[in-house]
Design a protein around this ligand. Structure first.
Ligand SMILES: *[C@@H]1O[C@H](CO)[C@@H](O)[C@H](O)[C@H]1NC(C)=O
Ligand SMILES: *[C@@H]1O[C@H](CO)[C@@H](O)[C@H](O)[C@H]1NC(C)=O
Ligand SMILES: *[C@@H]1O[C@H](CO)[C@@H](O)[C@H](O)[C@H]1NC(C)=O
Length: 547
């Protein structure tokens, strides 16, 4: 009886798994248990995208980008990069060779498209992107002509990126692009990616490759969480002891002024802002190694116990130090915004310290240490204000009631983000969402679908409140990543966030997006980013494996 029963159960389980496999078969293409990627379809999806079945060949021999109106360094640099993105690493050498009359005579292939012309309205030489950048562009491929037009160079860059994604190799191995009309602009102005270079050091080389990957996905803010408790790799000119004592290896694991300038310039040429975060008063253990008297001495009973807590707001040296330090930061990082952190301040050490207790009494704070944190932040905010910079802060600063500038951007990272976004925007602050996009939290399977379906405006609020959402940021905290795995762990999972922040709200079905995400991943591999598989079994088509 018992054994018969268990046989029945086993039999029905088999039936269920058979049904499951059958339904998978019908859901997937023909006889293959994998999804077929698209060819020549862009990621993130443009706002308005029309394409036809009319293919044009791209004439590799004569191909060039030309500027219709204003020329600038950013466009010239992009042309070199994007020719390589279409035709491969040796594009320039081949191009020069193919341009020689002899070669053209011998091998000239007939192609429909030999030129992409780019029209930018505003001067762009030497300019930097900002929160106010106009990133819109239009792109048309029709009658053998390609035209990209944009108000500002930032839109033109994204137009070039889109064009490159439209080009694919036909079955006969030719470069082709279908007739296409695109009118595009991002849904959100701030589309960020946070890297943490304190828990593990990331080399400048990897930071630059990641900026390339960001540009391939139209992300436009590199949030550089540059220092934290574990290490201080930023080499300060005014306070060199900070990295001498606070980095893992002052010889090799620091960012020199030259490294920092290289990152900022590389980002600028790709339309990406670099927002540096120097988090305080918590998360500052590594600062204390090179800056004596900055951190609070923790007491055990009557005596200091040798350990340190957050920055000490009661010392007369604290704010003069911060003033000089942030004046340097403002001169090194050109972005209008500096990220000041302000998260996760532990009060235990402050509570143990007799000088701090006296200060609390003098200020009539009682035992409310959030008020002391508010006092610290207020002084720091006044310093940044005097440097004529805006700031981004983690949500705790607002939660603790500090008075901040009206143009402050509040970054929401905790659970219950819907209520927090409702509250912060009700107070009139611009806000960024990070809670949904902690890509450092990993699990087995296609987790990108949850990133993809989180909408930063899905909270209770008026239209005016929703308009205060500047966008969002994905975070890759550094406890378990370094040079060996950070790019693979980020990409293309970060691409899912990039599309959420760029594309229209209703482009949000993972099953529909999946064939395009696979193509995007394969394109990224072809362009040198070791993007991991995130959609289950399958392979990249051969034309995406080789340039
Ligand atoms: C491009 O044109 C080909 C040939 O007509 C067609 O099969 C393909 O679906 C088109 N692709 C796009 C993205 O429009
Ligand atoms: C800071 O306070 C110490 C004593 O606590 C005093 O000796 C020193 O002169 C003060 N420094 C400044 C810059 O006010
Ligand atoms: C929005 O408000 C409704 C009605 O007050 C409430 O039931 C719902 O939970 C709220 N949603 C969010 C995301 O806060």
């Amino acid at each position: 009886m018992t054994s018969n029963f268990s046989k029945m159960v086993e039999g029905s389980r088999k039936m269920v798994s058979l049904l499951f496999v059958l339904s998978l078969f019908s859901a997937l293409s023909a006889a293959k248990l994998s999804v077929t990627p698209t060819k020549g379809v862009p990621w993130p999806m443009p706002m308005d995208y029309k394409t036809t079945g009319k293919q044009n060949t791209v004439d590799a021999a004569s191909f060039r980008f030309t500027t219709r109106s204003v020329e600038c360094d950013i466009l010239l640099d992009a042309y070199v990069r994007y020719r390589e993105a279409i035709f491969g690493r040796n594009a320039d050498r081949f191009h020069a060779m193919r341009q020689s009359p002899k070669f053209v005579q011998m091998f000239s292939q007939e192609g429909d498209i030999g030129e992409v012309s780019v029209d930018v309205s505003k001067p762009c030489q030497g300019s930097y992107p900002s929160l106010e950048s106009d990133e819109s562009y239009s792109l048309s491929v029709a009658n053998g002509q390609v035209m990209i037009s944009a108000q500002e160079v930032w839109g033109a860059l994204w137009g070039l990126e889109t064009f490159v994604q439209l080009v694919y190799k036909s079955d006969t191995g030719e470069y082709v692009v279908n007739d296409t009309i695109i009118s595009d602009k991002p849904r959100f102005a701030h589309r960020g990616l946070l890297l943490d270079t304190s828990r593990h050091f990331l080399s400048t080389r990897i930071l630059l490759r990641n900026l390339d990957a960001m540009a391939q996905n139209k992300l436009n803010v590199f949030h550089w969480h540059i220092v934290d408790d574990q290490s201080f790799p930023y080499e300060s000119m005014a306070f060199p002891e900070l990295s001498n004592k606070g980095s893992y290896f002052p010889e090799s694991q620091v960012y020199t002024p030259t490294d920092v300038a290289e990152v900022i310039e590389f980002a600028r040429l790709r339309g990406i802002r670099v927002v540096a975060e120097f988090d305080s008063p918590g998360h500052t253990q590594s600062w204390g190694l090179g800056q004596k008297g900055f951190l609070t001495e923790c007491y055990s009973g009557e005596k200091p116990d040798g350990s340190y807590g957050p920055a000490d707001p009661t010392l007369n040296t604290t704010f003069p130090f911060l003033k000089q330090f942030f004046a340097e930061v403002a001169s090194v990082f050109p972005d209008q915004y500096i990220h000041l952190g302000g998260d996760e301040v532990s009060f235990t050490c402050w509570q143990s310290n007799p000088v701090i207790k006296d200060f609390m009494q003098k200020m009539s704070y009682g035992t409310n240490y959030a008020k002391l944190e508010g006092y610290y932040m207020q002084n720091l905010l006044d310093i940044i204000n005097s440097l004529k910079r805006g700031y981004i802060i983690w949500q705790e600063v607002i939660d603790n009631g500090a008075k901040v500038r009206p143009d402050t951007v509040v970054e929401v990272w905790k659970g219950g983000w819907e209520e927090e976004m409702e509250k912060v925007t009700k107070q009139g602050y611009k806000t960024l969402l990070a809670s949904c996009w902690y890509l450092n939290d990993i699990s087995y399977g296609s987790d990108w679908t949850t990133y993809y379906t989180c909408d930063p405006q899905k909270f209770n609020g008026t239209d005016a409140q929703k308009a205060l959402v500047m966008g969002g940021e994905l975070a890759m905290w550094g406890e378990y990543v370094d040079d060996t795995n950070v790019l693979s762990r980020l990409w293309p999972r970060a691409s899912a966030v990039a599309e959420r922040l760029w594309s229209p709200k209703d482009v949000n079905f993972p099953l529909v997006a999946q064939p395009r995400l696979i193509e995007q991943r394969c394109r990224m591999i072809r362009r040198g980013i070791p993007a991991e598989p995130v959609t289950g079994p399958g392979t990249c088509p051969v034309e995406y494996r080789e340039p």
